[in-house]
Design a protein around this ligand. Structure first.
Ligand code: HEC
Length: 144
């Protein structure tokens, strides 16, 4: 719990810092807003509501995982796979597989994107919340 609050604080501080940082000159021609540089690999339907644990998990995911696994865990072409994907259904990648991936990293085996390094600064409790978030996204996309 404590570390998620720290993450939230970093997100807020980061947001404020970003807002205060003088914006780079905009090119007049660019009128599209791109949040991630790489194309999403899955069309993720969002559930209407997230449980409280999943909302906490979403913060953790956005702080620690989304840079690779993309917004809404939709993956990013050339970077990391979508976690809202049949490969990661609970019976194939149980919750413990998520804990192991985060603690120990992952050797590339399903995708051509290279290894996932261990993720620093995150507790098992944080990962439990992140898994709650991913499972709710999966269920909304009929991955059970
Ligand atoms: C530096 C990029 C990067 C970050 C950050 C990252 N991942 Fe990954 N992750 C990957 C890649 C690449 C793979 C695919 C490996 C493969 O080929 O199977 C992967 C695979 C996984 C898998 C599948 C593990 C398995 O057993 O096959 C899980 C679960 C996972 N990531 C969860 C997470 C979570 C949760 C976070 C955040 C706490 C996270 N990842 C952060 C790059 C990343």
């Amino acid at each position: 719990m404590k570390s998620i609050i720290a993450i939230a604080a970093i997100l807020v501080a980061g947001g404020v810092g970003y807002a205060m940082w003088p914006a780079a000159p905009q090119t007049a021609a660019s009128d599209t807003v791109v949040s991630m540089e790489h194309e999403a690999l899955a069309d993720v339907l969002l559930p209407e509501t997230l449980s409280q644990n999943a909302q906490i998990g979403q913060l953790g995911f956005e702080a620690k995982c989304a840079a690779c696994h993309g917004v809404n865990a939709a993956g990013q072409d050339g970077v990391a796979p979508p976690l809202v994907h049949i490969i990661y259904e609970p019976s194939h990648h149980g919750d413990e597989a998520f804990q192991r991936a985060v603690a120990l990293g992952v050797q590339a085996h399903h995708w051509p994107f290279g290894d996932m390094p261990p993720v620093e600064g995150i507790t098992r409790g944080d990962v439990t919340m992140i898994v709650a978030y991913i499972r709710e996204l999966q269920r909304a996309n009929v991955i059970n």
